[in-house]
Design a protein around this ligand. Sequence first.
Ligand code: 2P0
Length: 326
Amino acid sequence: MEAIARAHTNIALIKYWGKRDSKLFLPMNSSLSITLDHFYTETKVQFSDQFEKDSLVLDGNQVSDQEIGKITTFLNHVRNIAGTKTFATVTSVNHVPTAAGFASSASGYAALAAAASKALQLDLSGTELSALARQGSGSASRSIFGGFVEWQKGEKTDGTDSFATQIIDEQAWDVTVLSVVVEAGPKSVSSRDGMQRTVDTSPFYDGWLATIEEDLKGIKEAIKARDFTQLGEIAEANALKMHATMLGAKPPFLYWQSATFDVMQKVMELRQQGIEAYFTIDAGPNVKVLCEPKNEQIIKEKFAALPSVRDVIVCHPGPGIEYLSE
Ligand code: 2P0
């Protein structure tokens, strides 16, 4: 009754921003991402009748009973499918530096969904596993698969049609994602609260939703044609639109800091010089820069030379869920 799984983080090119059902983690819009090779979570789950409660050791630290509620809620979903009430011990190690601005919730819940369902010998399909991971964190639904991945928002109210599918695998097209880590203070609004506030109050939110299908169609055409320019242009514009919705929220908020602007401006400057690069930004100050592998070294050096940049980590498309044994 134990299993170990590894899941990688992902970066959205068409962003997930807003829920229509926060209990089931059903999104307002479909989204599309690249799973990344560099950052991942490894999680071991053991179920045993000997255990009197669930427990979690995260990066070597025992998590307190008060903080374990979210994990227990998630494990209850898995236990319900398996028809068991047995408690679990979860041991999880994040190879996702918090400072790099990647939410470890995507790789964390993807790895937990995979290890927990495997330990209970549930023979879930990829899409079933994705729908399960979604109920821990929306973006986790996409980390089940490698390469380029689309999370279909679904139409049903029970969430059974809201899961991710793979568009092309990690071998099929190599695109570089530079994770540019900037000098910045802590963020004041979590992505979960930020997206909810935007849905509830921003007059720009309907505008965001109105263009998603067009962006998705265009970026899927770009992926099919391996058209980097089209991919980058759509991704950058989509990220800017997501951030624009927050400026209209009540009260408004913004994840960018001055160092974020430095990187965005550098990307635009590089393009003017004929070096093709595009940015995308999540719910935080760091920037991810998309470029072609042939240009990654020169572009990396340009960003590393900016005074407000702390680190540049080179990523490429990575794999989906992997099961490990000790
Ligand atoms: C994304 N983000 O598509 C978007 C873009 C942030 C900006 O998914 O509430 O941690 O757990 O479903 O998945 C971050 O939000 O939110 C996120 P929950 P999640 O990657």
